[in-house]
Design a protein around this ligand. Structure first.
Ligand code: ASP
Length: 585
């Protein structure tokens, strides 16, 4: 037997027992007549002690030769420690070792296996198996497991069935490129890896499995963006015989359960906001509502004076930064530079100090008097002590710029508290989105989303105004889930493909199976999918999803440990009927 206990188990009540432990050598301290070893496993650390008087000579010698990360097995007697360590659970005891066996030696690890390691990100990813030995990484993986179990238990208790859907499929459009897999047995043909199980879960509804979920890998070949993974995990869900309200209730229930179970936080009914309102108030369809700084539109009070920048703008909009009048001139200049960075793209920033004595002082005093500025304060909700920051320009652009500024300020001012949770439903998304590149409307969610009742007609005349039965669940400024009520009528679905620019042939070739299925009694249905990686990171109070994935890819989509992607042999290419054409590179 390799072990009678794990390294987190022994306590004072075990004193006198003979036990066997196995694990990794965290560190050794050698005083010549005594050697201490910290023995580590997943469960904790137990201090081992070897001494001249009580341990065998052989064990003493071996102990003094142990290197970091050696795998050893020891047998000995549990004794009370002279100097206790209150920082670890086993800190009251130590193991006086009588027998030591080295199960495996180890090279010196390339970084320290400590909570705070000296290893940089790249090195840790290359040796991820060593990184996983570190407590913070290990705890994150266990935390993820807990969240996944809580999801499974909750949904299963609510009669949802977890059903696997295939990975080798045909394209499901979720707005990204597909990863494809060439078929050896079907020359020139390819499978696509699912961007989501969307069409399959809808077919499960046609199949009568009226409450489905799956914790499932999805694959999207997207351009590089910070903290995106080409493969990621969804909690994918679908229900039949539901309206939007049923879905919101069901998955608000799940989210509330997770917040309670995992974080011990009780949250009442989640607020709801329409997409239009979110854009107007926060310039963003996933607003962080843990803090205020709502937008105040200033067109009426700031235009038609002599300030041309504002006069020519489609939208003049500001936020009141609480306590922002404290900012020095230099800090404000620095903020102005920040919004002018190409990533944000504002042309400049107008500001107005709201002094404690009630007077207002703006950077455009030439054009606006106190009465005007009082109106600015009113619109943005500013009070004395605040700073009003104002941007202007094209509506969509300026909203997104001010949203970026709002988030940046909140970050700097510590308003994005990781232990505060503010969920929110954003509803009534537009059905379609204009794409400048292709000069066409695209489905904002996906082509299976149904328009709001009675809006099919509007599709012909004002496609951009049609609202969808689509919703997102937002948590602390992140979209953690999104879904919709689906079209379940063949005619409407084929009309939708038509509006989206599919020829009937294309629609049939790609989605004929779905439209065929709709002819055999498809029930009304809808669903949602949560991004598990992001959800886990937020519940864990952290920002980066990579920290919660056992073997993540880097920002260039590479697994630096196994070195993938990689070339394949010519024979493999031949078998797959592929000829590479790399001349352009
Ligand atoms: N398939 C959708 C997605 O991946 C979710 C849904 O509509 O249920 O975003």
């Amino acid at each position: 037997m390799y072990r009678t206990h794990n390294n987190g188990a022994l306590r004072l009540q075990n004193i006198g027992e003979t036990v066997t432990l196995s694990g990794w050598v965290q560190k050794t301290r050698n005083k010549g007549f005594m050697v201490w070893v910290d023995l580590r496993d997943r469960y904790g650390i137990t201090q081992l002690i070897f001494d001249e008087e009580r341990s065998s000579k052989e064990a003493m010698t071996m102990a003094s030769e142990l290197g970091r990360e050696y795998v050893i097995q020891v047998t000995g007697t549990v004794i009370e420690r002279e100097s206790k360590n209150p920082n670890i659970a086993t800190g009251d005891i130590e193991l006086l070792v009588s027998e030591l066996q080295v199960l495996n030696s180890s090279l010196t690890p390339p970084f320290t296996i400590e909570d705070d390691t000296d290893g940089g990100e790249d090195l840790r990813m290359k040796y991820r198996y060593l990184d996983i030995r570190r407590k913070p990484v290990r705890q994150n993986l266990i935390f993820r497991h807990k969240v996944a179990m809580a999801v499974r238990n909750y949904l299963s208790a609510k009669n949802f069935v977890e059903i696997e859907t295939p990975y080798l499929i045909k394209s499901t459009p979720e707005g990204a490129r597909d990863f494809v897999v060439p078929s050896r047995m079907n020359a020139g043909q390819f499978y696509a890896l699912p961007q989501s199980p969307q069409t399959f879960k809808q077919l499960l509804m046609v199949g009568g499995m009226d409450k489905y979920f799956q914790i499932v890998k999805c694959f999207r070949d997207e351009d590089l963006r910070a903290d995106r993974q080409p493969e990621f995990t969804q909690i994918d869900c679908e229900m039949a015989f539901v309206e939007q309200e049923d879905i919101l209730q069901a998955f608000e229930g799940l989210t509330r359960h997770l917040l309670k179970e995992i974080n011990g936080v009780e949250i009442g009914a989640f607020p709801r906001m329409t997409y239009d309102e979110a854009m107007k108030k926060y310039g963003n369809d996933k607003p962080d509502i843990r803090f205020g700084m709502e937008f105040g539109e200033l067109n009426e009070v700031a235009q038609h004076k002599d300030f041309n920048v504002f006069n020519q703008a489609e939208l003049v909009v500001g936020i009141a930064v609480p306590g922002g009048n404290q900012f020095t001139r230099k800090e404000i200049d620095e903020l102005t530079e920040w919004v002018k960075r190409p990533q944000v793209g504002a042309l400049g920033m107008v500001y107005c100090r709201y002094n404690d004595d009630g007077s207002l002082k703006s950077s455009v005093d030439k054009f606006y008097d106190q009465n005007d500025l009082i109106q600015w304060a009113k619109q943005t909700g500013a009070v004395p002590g605040d700073l009003i920051c104002v941007l202007s320009g094209d509506t969509a652009k300026v909203r997104s710029q001010l949203s970026a500024l709002r988030m940046e300020l909140a970050q700097r001012m510590g308003l994005r508290k990781p232990t505060v949770f503010a969920p929110l439903w954003v509803v009534d998304f537009p059905l379609l989105e204009w794409d400048e590149d292709t000069k066409r409307y695209h489905a904002m969610h996906h082509p299976f989303t149904s328009p709001k009742p009675g809006q099919m007609e509007l599709l012909k005349t004002h496609p951009g105004e049609v609202k969808a039965n689509a919703y997102d669940l937002v948590l602390n400024g992140n979209e953690i889930g999104g879904g919709s009520i689906r079209i379940h009528d063949k005619e409407i679905q084929s009309k939708m493909f038509d509006y989206l620019g599919f020829t009937p042939q294309e629609a049939k070739a790609q989605f004929g199976f779905l439209m065929d299925a709709f002819q055999y009694g498809a029930p009304p249905h809808g669903g949602i999918a949560f991004g598990l990686d992001r959800l886990v990171a937020i519940l864990g109070g952290q920002e980066t999803i990579r920290d919660f994935i056992a073997f993540p890819k880097n920002n260039a989509g590479r697994d630096v440990m196994i070195d993938a992607p990689a070339t394949i042999h010519q024979e493999q290419l031949n078998e797959l009927h592929l000829k590479l054409n790399l001349s352009e590179n």
